[in-house]
Design a protein around this ligand. Structure first.
Ligand code: SF4
Ligand code: FES
Length: 357
């Protein structure tokens, strides 16, 4: 049996606990409980296995990964195993002494997430008073140290007009990179889709804003822009293809090809508590289910983009058409494309539902 190419990155979702309540949270509707989280020793073994199968990067995420007191120990261990370490955090739990512990552990990079550039908008979305000030203080601590820093902004109908100010903020704080990512509609985000989805005019404006900013900042600020795929005619290659580049591990140890794969019905999800990453990656039914192109229906099967976008997103196909094997309905060639266009044509803006833990 030929084995697939090893994964490049591991996303370690250390906990689902989080002090924020964002209405676009893409974590599962049912969250892992604290008492079900993997122990430190489990994570150390997983990091060993990751290094052994050739993974290069370990991204520590959540929920809020800083809710785990063993975070510096995990980063130090990943570092010893020569994994590039990235912390994806809201920053609200980061102060100078906690940052020093992470830096001394060998942390390579921080991605700091912001809900908005304005305090009022940020704290409405995150639902935590004082959060913006704490995030800016965290940004200052990281920037003063000189550690590579990325600002992440999630964009939606309410804040899309403030992209230029977001980029200016990232530049002012010395972030080398900024990610402007339109909301992806999974999990809680799908529940709030009608309230969050930008209009076509807003999207066009955001594209222009990014163009202008790229010229203005040149190579002093790298700008990654993730467009909302609902407004596209062809889907994105979700996760670079199912089971091709990424591994996600949930707080309780389930090993998944993507963040939202737990929504697949009737699947048995492999667990890092009782199987090695190598076995899961190479032989588990879950990872093989949509790997490559053999599983594809028409129109993907005869399409010249099938090894470019890999048929789009399986979880979006499931959420919007009820069947993960369907072509992603974002694709204009999908027989279900109307479910996407119908949602774009609705004008109502319901109240946001916030995620509380
Ligand atoms: Fe991609 Fe399938 Fe659409 Fe072709 S038909 S562009 S492979 S989603
Ligand atoms: Fe699961 Fe796209 S989020 S395949």
């Amino acid at each position: 049996m030929t084995h697939p190419t090893p994964p490049m990155s591991l996303l370690a979702e250390l906990t689902h606990r989080c002090p924020l309540a964002c209405p676009y949270c893409s974590n599962p509707i049912t969250l892992d409980r604290r008492q079900d989280e993997l122990e430190t020793t489990d994570w150390l073994r997983i990091l060993d296995e990751a290094a052994e199968i050739g993974i290069l990067q370990a991204h520590f995420s959540g929920g809020e990964p800083m809710a785990r007191p063993d975070l510096p120990e995990l980063i130090a261990y990943a570092n010893r195993r020569n994994l590039y370490t990235n912390l994806i955090t809201s920053g609200v739990l980061l102060d100078q002494s906690r940052f020093n512990a992470l830096r001394d552990a060998g942390l390579d990079h921080v991605q700091l997430s912001f809900q908005d550039v304005e305090t009022e908008g940020a704290e409405r979305i995150g639902h935590l008073r004082g959060a913006q000030q704490r995030k800016l203080a965290a940004a200052r601590i990281i920037a003063d140290d000189g550690m590579p820093l990325t600002f992440n902004f999630v964009i939606h109908h309410e804040n899309v007009a403030r992209i230029p100010a977001m980029l200016a903020l990232a530049h002012e704080y010395g972030a080398g990179r900024v990610e402007i990512a339109h909301t992806q509609y999974y999990g809680w985000g799908l529940r709030n889709r009608a309230a969050l989805l930008p209009t076509r005019a807003q999207l066009d404006r955001s594209v222009q804003d990014i163009e202008t900013a790229r010229q203005h900042y040149g190579n002093t600020l790298t700008i990654d822009f993730v467009t909302p795929d609902y407004h596209l005619d062809r889907p994105k290659p979700c996760m670079g293809g199912w089971g091709q580049r990424f591994l996600n591990i949930t707080p309780s140890g389930r090993v998944l090809p993507c963040h939202a794969a737990e929504t697949l019905p009737g699947m048995e999800f492999p667990n890092a508590r009782n199987q090695s990453l190598e076995t899961i990656w190479n032989t588990s039914p879950l990872f093989q289910l949509y790997r490559g192109t053999d599983w594809m229906p028409e129109p993907c099967q005869s399409c010249d983009r099938k090894e470019i976008d890999w048929g789009g997103c399986r979880c979006q196909a499931l959420a919007l058409t009820g069947n993960a094997t369907n072509t992603d309905p974002v694709c204009g060639l999908s027989p279900h494309h109307h479910v996407v266009t119908d949602s774009l044509n609705r004008n109502e803006r319901p109240e946001l539902q916030f995620r509380h833990f």
